[in-house]
Ligand binder design. Structure first.
Ligand SMILES: [Fe+2]
Length: 354
């Protein structure tokens, strides 16, 4: 299977992965064939990308860090918590801990600790998808940094709830498609303090989670908020969540901008590593990220084009590429595979749209 933008979808394409709305309703199931009507329906649901199965991508399986049904389940549960009226005062920490344990159990079982989370989701459910993704990304970064046991779980709880204070911010400001005014941005900044207060009032939520809600927008050079903390004054769990938060936000389509590709975001974040992010946490984070997820159409330095077919364990950026177009632009009758670990002279130089 491979991933394409919905703009490239045509009637007759075969869906490789079930597309669900946030409430778990199946919009289109795997194996179904697109029609003009279903394409229009997906557009109405703000779906921007889909997985398809075709001749050139047959046999390519996209690995999941956490099973899709678990992600959907946790997403629905966190939505439930965040839309309960009493949550503006406090929440039940035990329920959140159960969700983190559910995610962690899956992550620890996965063969690849690789984030391939730019999944198929609707723009509408951003808040909940973002919370779950930040949690998964923070957990795998924490694991890579050697964080274990209760500390790891507390990191997960804080990551899942990092933006909980946004329930106190005017929805109109949060959804505004244009630049915020200074006053509006000052309001948004307060979500850190509101989140800290909600979690401090809550039962069974650790101080690690309080601190994450408060400090996930602090930046190494002191340019962050709410307090402009610098370097080691920013607690380690908040440094991890800051990285996961920025990465997931930039790799997702928003109302006000198009998403960036994983490799573009990694380059951007590395360029800011001294100013914004903790070097050790960023290194641990990047070692889990596949710049070119399986199913992505890529161009090699040889001029050949193909699809990322599978990862080499521990080397997410030296995958196996299924070449389908030669250096002269001719479609190969029989695709060939190039393993970038065995062929160091090859490298991916770009992505392309097919
Ligand atoms: Fe935030």
């Amino acid at each position: 299977m491979r991933k394409i933008s919905l703009e490239r979808a045509r009637a007759g394409f075969c869906i490789a992965r079930t597309i669900q709305s946030l409430d778990g309703r199946v919009l289109l199931s795997a194996g179904s064939v697109l029609t003009e009507e279903t394409i229009e329906q997906l557009k109405r649901y703000n779906i921007t990308e889909i997985y398809i199965e075709d001749e050139i991508s047959r046999g390519i399986a996209v690995p999941e860090v956490v099973k899709e049904e678990i992600v959907l389940d946790v997403k629905a549960k966190i939505k439930n918590i965040m839309t309960t009226p009493t949550m503006k005062i406090s929440i039940d920490g035990k329920k959140v801990m159960e969700m983190v344990e559910q995610l962690l159990e899956n992550i620890l079982k996965s063969d690849y600790i690789i984030a391939n989370l730019s999944d198929i989701r609707s723009i509408d459910d951003y808040t909940y998808s973002h919370s779950v993704n930040v949690c998964i990304l923070s957990l795998i970064t924490g694991i890579r940094m050697g964080i274990k046991g209760e500390s790891l779980k507390e990191l997960g709880v804080g990551a899942l709830l990092h933006d909980i204070g946004k329930v106190m911010i005017d929805e109109k400001i949060l959804q505004k498609p244009t630049n915020l005014t200074i006053n509006e941005f000052d309001d948004v900044k307060k979500h850190t303090i509101y989140g800290y207060e909600i979690l401090r009032n809550s039962s069974d939520v650790s101080s690690t989670a309080h601190i994450i809600a408060l400090s996930h927008h602090e930046r190494k050079d002191g340019s962050g908020y709410p307090y402009g903390l610098k370097n080691n004054d920013i607690p380690v769990p908040a440094r991890i969540v800051a990285i996961a938060d920025v990465y997931d936000a930039l790799t997702t389509d928003r109302i006000y901008r198009k998403k960036m590709m994983p490799h573009e975001v990694v380059d951007y974040m590395c360029s800011l590593s001294n100013k914004h992010f903790d070097k050790a946490a960023l290194d641990a984070f990047i070692s889990n990220i596949a710049n070119y997820p399986v199913g992505t159409a890529v161009k090699l330095n040889s001029g050949e084009k193909g699809l990322v077919a599978r990862y080499n364990k521990d080397f997410p950026n030296r995958p196996v590429v299924r070449v389908v177009i030669d250096e002269n632009g001719k479609m190969l009758i029989k695709p060939k595979e190039i393993d970038l670990i065995r062929k160091p002279e090859y490298r991916i130089v770009d992505i392309w749209d097919i």
